[in-house]
Design a protein around this ligand. Sequence first.
Ligand code: GLU
Length: 467
Amino acid sequence: MKEIRTRIAPSPTGMMHLGTARTAIYCWAVARHLGGKFLLRIEDTDQKRSTQEATQVILDSMKWLNLDYDEGPIYQMDRLDRYREVVEQMLADGRAYKCYATPEELDEMREAQRKAGLKPRYDGRWRPENCQGKPIPEGVNPVIRFRNPDDGDVTWHDAVYGTITISNRELDDLIIMRDGIPTYNFAVVVDDWDMKVSHVIRGADHINNTPRQINLYKALGAEVPVFAHLPLINGPDGQKLSKRHGSVSVMEYEAQGFLPEAVFNYLARLGWGHGNMEKFSREELAEVFELGDCSRAAARLDFKKFEWLNAQYMKEADDARLASLVRARIEKRGGVVEGGPDLVGVCGLLKTRSATLETLADQALFFYKPLERDPETVKTALEGENLAAIKAFAAAIEPLEDFTAPKIYEAIKSVMQAQNIKMGPVATPLRVLVCNADRTPQIDKTLELFGKKVVLERIASGLEMAA
Ligand code: GLU
């Protein structure tokens, strides 16, 4: 059987889009499902727009999403000799030719076509048979054009869209090389051919390029791969996804505190479905993924669902991992983690109530921010029965050897019983004096994390403030 080989081939001209990430996930899943290979190719031939930073973003995004590739990254700019070699062969046997038309001349041509009510297209003026005896203009650096077939149709059976047929009359003689640099349509075909790519999976915005590429494959005597085009991802309002909708780049989600496995899951599910699978791991996806289960309709982002899914992954994430992911976020908010309550424990306490790492950082901050209590608030918190309650609580925990949530809870209960009061008069001064927060998670667990020494110190200094 033929080896299954897929590739993701992003152009390093900006961020890594959600759409590109989803395509990469599907390419990866096809390869893993069928025991094939997954390649990463950086299409950097657009020298004006390609940047090193954008390449780094692609590599970072792949890594962050845990999309392991078997070959690459392969850079097209490292393969110029190969494209030039193929062009030379095509020129030699007439599959390609040099075109000396200047941009101005082509503008004029198109203008005339438009005036005549025709669709603008290259008219083949430099095809060898059309320029017999025509002098080669001086000072014009020719482009290389592919001699597209004049008649007949191009048909392919798209793994997502079904059979698509385009007439060759719709296609003109494509430029394949300019100034020694291949154009996208040419480089992509030579690469996919050389790299034995069996499935070309990419965004539906490339459907128009596919018939041109198929003609190139045929001219090169190469086997035509399977094509699968994926519908675009739209914003929640059904409009084309743009900055206006919030985040369109993968790493932006990292910044917003999403977990990579949630982003992976959400993107995979967006435009593909299998039974009632909603929450699944990479391995589970690889096990069942088929291109035929991809939707033909454009997907719509649903940020609520996205966040809900992330919250599910937060709940089950390992506490130590969350701690390492959230630490810098707390420090950025002015928290001092070093020497403070155990961050792993804090994450364990808060993860079920935090939809993202950002909300986790917000909620964890009171454990680590410098103690700046407002004297008035402290005074108010110690009014009435609260004062006696907090003193009794301090006395009750003083002798405790293991300062754990159940013991702390017992201490609170004993104060409530002895003074015949509700929970409020004990908990309120604890929140204000110890936690420096309006609201806290369960108070016994929270205090356990602060530790007995800090709790007693803060109660004592709070009492002094109010004295
Ligand atoms: N470099 C192209 C892009 O980023 C890749 C298209 C393809 O997969 O053929 O859109």
